[in-house]
Design a binder for this molecule. Structure first.
Ligand code: ATP
Length: 259
């Protein structure tokens, strides 16, 4: 059987801020349809890694190889600016922890979803509006809120609009930074459920940064554990969480189990 080639592969990614080495020599790959979690305590470098591999930030060393829609594998930092921008708008999505970073609060929910379609060349107002209604419905935002601005929505609803905005262009890979962070527990659970359903239905690949092992357990088949900028353990999520090998992972897991 031939192995499925990776969709994205990071090789030796390092990023420093002055004296701080936020991520050091990180390598991993993700295959189509896989959901990879990145866990670790605050400051371990998760967000920096996510920003580097999603081309929001250039690493000091290393490369990120991505299998483009045409089947060709390219280093994302070797793409021209327009190529990279197109990739980020079409084939990739980015769900930020704070919806303010991923939504335009001053325009309607419908426009937030529709403008991603306009950015990829769709011009027919009726089609754009009906796609926006469809996507808002899929994330359980009622159609009668389509003309309201996200800053009139609850945190959970804003996050759902952000998800719709990202998925409307049918990306193959979605980066998520603490997608359920900062929400009430019951809202988190519903959002997680929704995300889990969408990821499965659309056969999405995703890289999910979270400090919450329960989120990782529910969403991710594969898990990487980061500590002080390095990956200390990686493997199948259930294996890593049920039988952690590295002392740091053991500590992380046991700290959650403490009353
Ligand atoms: N723009 C920046 N300038 C300077 N230092 C930074 C910057 N961004 C991150 N750092 C530092 O890099 C290290 C890793 O931070 P990062 O935010 O990637 O960790 P994290 O695991 O995502 O943490 P958290 O869960 O709290 O968001 C930290 O020491 C942080 O202070």
């Amino acid at each position: 059987m031939t192995a499925v080639p990776p969709l994205l592969e990071a090789r030796g990614v390092s990023k420093r801020f002055g004296r701080i080495e936020a991520c050091r020599n990180v390598s991993f790959s993700i295959r189509p349809g896989e959901v990879l979690g990145v866990v670790g305590e605050s400051g371990s470098g998760k967000t920096t890694l996510l920003r580097c591999i999603s081309a929001l930030m250039e690493p000091n060393a290393g490369e990120v190889l991505y299998r483009m829609n045409d089947g060709e594998t390219r280093n994302v930092f070797g793409l021209s600016e327009p190529e990279r921008r197109l990739l980020m708008r079409t084939d990739w999505g980015f769900v930020h922890q704070n919806p303010r970073d991923g939504l335009r609060m001053g325009v309607s929910a419908g426009a937030n979803v529709g403008e991603r379609l306009m950015a990829v060349g769709q011009r027919h107002y009726g089609n754009i509006r009906s796609a926006a209604i469809d996507w808002l419905d899929r994330v359980e935002v009622s159609a009668d809120r389509i003309d309201d601005r996200p800053d009139t929505f609850s945190g959970g609803m804003q996050q759902r609009v952000q998800i719709a905005r990202n998925l409307v262009t049918h990306p193959r890979l979605v980066f998520m930074d603490e997608p359920t962070g900062g929400l009430d527990v019951s809202v988190q659970a519903r959002l997680l459920d929704l995300l889990r359903g969408l990821v499965a239905e659309l056969a999405l690949s995703a890289i999910v940064v979270t400090h919450d092992l329960a989120v990782a357990r529910l969403l991710c088949q594969q898990l990487m554990v980061m500590r002080q900028g390095e990956i200390v353990e990686q493997g199948l999520t259930d294996q890593v969480l049920d039988d952690p090998q590295h002392p740091y992972t053991q500590l992380l897991v046991s700290s959650v189990l403490q009353p």
